[in-house]
Design a protein around this ligand. Structure first.
Ligand SMILES: [Mg+2]
Length: 349
């Protein structure tokens, strides 16, 4: 067997009541290991910790891992297309593309480690010397908790916070506490309809929001989102629930958004990322990668962000006091609220 051949693909569930993680370890015949990560699943407080990621882990363990064994680990595009073709009858989007993303990130990490370069150097040339990062707060539903977490994030070096709230009073309370110089985004996670989105936008008109994210459910109701966008002065953001390049084309053609938020752990990983960034460029929208991890997912987003001209912001999670991620990952270094290009090999920086 060639030293570069994939010898093992192994999933690792990091159980946590609020922030589970699913890591993917790819090992080659020579013993080198790359570590990827995929989506953390929907919040399921009544289930055993780690449960939300189990369906994705099963897709990797039972279907994708055997398809990778014996293949050249440096032929990432070849493996990606093989996995996509062999799983097409499951439906290419959703759990399949999410599972493929975890393996894809592990292969890019492995290649970076093998060549002893950060992954952004494998993707292209540096398009930014620094990229602004925003702290993404959990759903809190309480103005004092929002003020506490937002203030902590600003004190830790961020210049922007994203709230997950659907109550305009909480958003206005946060603006009052943070003052005029902090950028504030609001993610509504599809909790309102068209009328609710318009009413919310009217109430927060004085809050100078950087964007309003996914107000409407279903997430693929682009026509309704486009109508909302046409009627409000706040930029509209979406994309974390799009799972393919074709899906991003549909979203962008609908003229529903100003800010595109692909999530590399849902849309297939770094291999299709160039095509997605090119679409953002062509449609003149800001590329703002979505992420709620401090693991390989965040590192992959940072690598992609630095090599994509359309990048404007990168999302970094911010947890309340007493919460933490189960992996031993660290907050990335910030300089005046900005990320700087990683220097560590693979996705470890
Ligand atoms: Mg969101």
């Amino acid at each position: 067997m060639d030293a570069l051949t994939v010898a093992e693909v192994r999933t690792e569930v990091l159980a946590d009541p609020s922030n589970p993680q699913l890591l993917v370890h790819v090992t080659t015949e020579d013993g080198m290991v790359g570590v990827g990560e995929t989506w953390w699943g929907t919040y399921q407080p009544k289930s055993e910790p780690g449960t939300p990621v189990l369906p994705i882990a099963a897709m990797i363990d039972a279907v994708l891992a055997p398809l990778c064994l014996g293949r050249d680990s440096t032929d990432i595009s070849g493996i990606w297309h093989h996995l996509e073709r062999q799983t097409s009858q499951y439906g290419a989007e959703g759990i399949v593309s999410t599972a493929i993303s975890g393996i894809d990130l592990a292969l890019w990490d492995l290649l970076g480690r093998r060549r002893e370069v950060p992954v952004w150097q494998l993707l292209g040339s540096l398009q930014h010397q620094r990229v602004p990062a925003y702290a993404s707060l959990h759903w809190l539903g309480d103005v004092e908790a929002v003020r506490r977490d937002a203030t902590n994030a600003i004190e830790a070096g961020f210049g922007a916070v994203k709230l997950h709230e659907a109550d305009a009073a909480i958003v206005l309370g946060a603006r009052e506490a943070l003052g005029p110089d902090v950028a504030i985004m609001v993610d509504m996670s599809g909790r309102v309809d068209e009328a609710g989105a318009l009413a919310f936008a009217t109430k927060v008109a004085g809050a100078d929001l950087t964007w309003m994210e996914e107000p409407i459910y279903p997430y693929d109701d682009h026509a309704t989102l486009a109508r909302v966008r046409a009627q409000v002065d706040i930029p509209m953001a979406a994309g974390e629930n799009v799972f393919s390049v074709a899906g991003f084309e549909r979203l962008l053609r609908s003229e529903a958004i100003d800010v595109l938020q692909p999530d590399l752990v849902k849309c297939g990983g770094l291999t299709p990322a160039r095509a997605i960034a090119d679409l953002a460029d062509q449609h003149g929208v800001a590329l703002c990668p979505h992420n709620f991890s401090l693991g390989p997912s965040l590192s992959a987003n940072i690598a992609w962000a630095f090599t994509s001209e359309a990048t404007r912001w990168v999302e970094v999670p911010w947890l309340s006091p007493g919460q933490e991620f189960p992996s031993d990952t660290l907050m990335p270094a910030l300089a005046d609220g900005h990320l700087i290009p990683p220097t560590e090999p693979g996705l470890s920086g």
